[in-house]
Design a protein around this ligand. Structure first.
Ligand SMILES: [Zn+2]
Length: 264
């Protein structure tokens, strides 16, 4: 007993010291309100898709403190409801498909977009519109993406030139008129979303290297926004692999999309 008393007293003193500093540190954080809050919705994938998600999260983690915004990350739609989404100024859908959402998450997301509660930027898998993994297509999401349905992709990739069509759009800030994307799958859809959306950029199918028969036949938007929804929103097709973040044009586009989408 005699030996345990000092030890116990030390332990208590240590605990008290920890308790004394912890709330102070917490209060410092609590007092500071970041400029905005972002929610990252990213699937757990494999291979290239996971590396894109990892690189995207690393990029966000790098620019968030520099630009005074905060972010949280989820890997499924199960936490999503109205109260949850109300915490965020922008949803970043990094390679998360538009199917297999919980009904509560889907309804909350629809309200967020329709009522303009915040912004949205979606990449790559966000336009996997069709029957996938045993799930039916979400008609709402297809409409949100301009009334399209996925048809094909280039499994062996192609290098291609993306043209910026609306150079005055905030997403185009600092981007050249056109730039090359070294490697992508260039999804095709059953129709161009153009009649229903505002096209910001498109891929020049004639520039594909190697050439392929899998094309949309000329009009192939790859960056667009749907003005029929109150929320600032942008779909960016590119997002298959991590190397995109080493491309200064893609990184610029990603950066622009976050700040535009968050209303900054
Ligand atoms: Zn892919």
């Amino acid at each position: 007993m005699a030996f345990t008393l000092p030890t116990r007293r030390q332990a208590l003193a240590g605990a008290a010291a920890t308790l004394a500093t912890a709330p102070a540190a917490h209060a410092q954080y609590a007092e500071h309100k970041p400029r905005f809050r972002a929610l990252i919705l990213a699937e757990r994938a494999s291979g290239d898709h996971q590396s894109f998600v990892d690189a995207g999260k690393a990029y966000i983690a790098k620019i968030a403190p520099q630009n005074d915004f905060a972010f949280d990350s989820i890997t499924s739609t199960s936490p999503i409801n109205d109260e949850f989404l109300a915490q965020y100024n922008i949803i970043i859908q990094l390679n998360y498909p538009p199917y297999n959402w919980t009904p509560i998450a889907q309804a909350a997301f629809e309200r967020y977009m329709t009522e303009g509660k915040g912004g949205w930027m979606g990449f790559h898998h966000a336009a996997l519109l069709g029957d996938f993994d045993g799930w039916p297509m979400s008609p709402w999401f297809s409409n949100f993406m301009g009334g399209i349905r996925f048809t094909h992709y280039l499994p062996n990739f192609a290098r291609a030139t993306v043209k910026i069509e609306d150079r005055n759009h905030p997403l185009a800030k600092g981007l050249p008129e056109s730039f090359v994307i070294a490697k992508e799958e260039w999804y095709t859809w059953d129709r161009s979303p153009r009649p229903n959306v505002h096209v910001i950029g498109s891929v020049d199918e004639a520039s594909y290297q190697p050439n392929t028969m899998i094309k949309m036949g000329g009009d192939h938007p790859v960056i667009w926004s749907n003005p029929n929804f109150k929320a600032r929103n942008v779909y960016i097709f590119m997002g298959h692999h991590a190397g995109l973040f080493d491309d200064p044009n893609f990184a610029r586009l990603f950066h622009n999309a976050i700040f535009w989408g968050a209303g900054q």
